[in-house]
Design a protein around this ligand. Structure first.
Ligand code: NAP
Length: 258
């Protein structure tokens, strides 16, 4: 094993949520590592910006506007990736939404919407990617995006943390089922990360939240999207070839679960 284990040259990666935040940072980093990066998201304008930035740094990418809640769209995109490039080596299911409401004020519709995007959207990506990897005999890596919210009870985060806990169980279950095909499945569970999702749209409120988050970390700073992209790169690459069914927690040490 050498530093070459991080080299993704010749590999194809599909990143959902690639128009923004952690997904965009991941797409840019996987492209820097040599992968052809297929970027998927609802946000077409953001997708264009991501692919332009990948091309500007000398990388190779394609853009796929899609809604992860629609299995047919996810299947069609993966089908196109495999038809044009012959393989899918890395699937990073990063698209997600935030929802906050106290348990006693949570409507069924809130839960349905968050589960549709944050769990079923991930399930669609995992299932279709694993099928494609098996069909093409590709020992791929699937990386899901969970959250530190799975390790604690946070006021307001019922729908979000339930969906992310389901992602963790999907990750473990799928890892146990597809390992015999050489396919690895792992989750990243970030702590609070500075992205459009966590933007309070109010400078003072943002400063207060970031100061509190930085104080909570032994490292004394908040997390950036690039911190999470590096965790995804590790799990996507051969550097983690003996790692599957695990949760990697880039959270600045804010929480230290067993
Ligand atoms: P972000 O900047 O809001 O990016 C999320 C992206 O996903 C957006 O471009 C969004 O598009 C897209 N998206 C939402 N619903 C979609 C759908 N149905 N189909 C396709 N794309 C969809 O958020 P982020 O902070 O980078 O979060 C990325 C992932 O990390 C999420 O799964 C989030 O739960 C997880 N995470 C984030 C943090 C954090 O502190 N930021 C911590 C732990 C985990 P639109 O903008 O058009 O909705």
């Amino acid at each position: 094993m050498s530093i070459q284990a991080y080299d993704l040259t010749g590999r194809a990666a599909l990143v959902t949520g690639a128009a923004s935040g952690i997904g965009r940072a991941t797409a840019l980093l996987l492209a820097q590592a040599g992968a052809t990066v297929h970027c998927a998201d609802l946000d077409e304008k953001g997708l264009r910006e991501t692919t332009e930035r990948i091309e500007a740094q000398g990388g190779s990418s394609t853009a796929h506007p899609l809604d992860v809640t629609d299995r047919a769209q996810v299947a069609a995109t993966i089908g196109e990736v495999v038809r044009t490039g012959g393989r899918l080596d890395v699937m990073a299911t990063i698209a997600g939404i935030m929802h906050s409401s106290p348990v006693l004020e949570t409507a069924d519709a809130d839960l349905d919407r968050v589960l549709a995007v944050n769990f079923k959207g991930v399930l669609h990506g995992c299932q279709e990617a694993a099928r494609a990897m098996i069909a093409t005999n590709t020992p791929g890596s699937i990386v899901t995006m969970a959250s530190g919210a799975v390790d604690t009870g946070t006021p307001g985060l019922l729908c979000y943390s339930v969906a992310k806990a389901a992602v963790v169980q999907l990750t473990r279950t799928l890892a146990s089922e597809v390992g015999r095909h050489g396919i690895r499945v792992n989750a990243v569970a970030p702590g609070w990360i500075r992205t459009p999702m966590t933007d309070r749209h109010d400078a003072q409120a943002q400063h207060r939240v970031e100061a509190a988050m930085a104080r909570a970390s032994p490292l004394g700073r908040v997390g950036e999207a690039e911190d999470i992209a590096h965790a995804v790169l590790h799990l996507a690459s051969d550097a983690s070839s003996f790692t599957t069914g695990q949760i990697l927690r880039p959270n600045g040490g804010v929480a230290m679960p067993w």
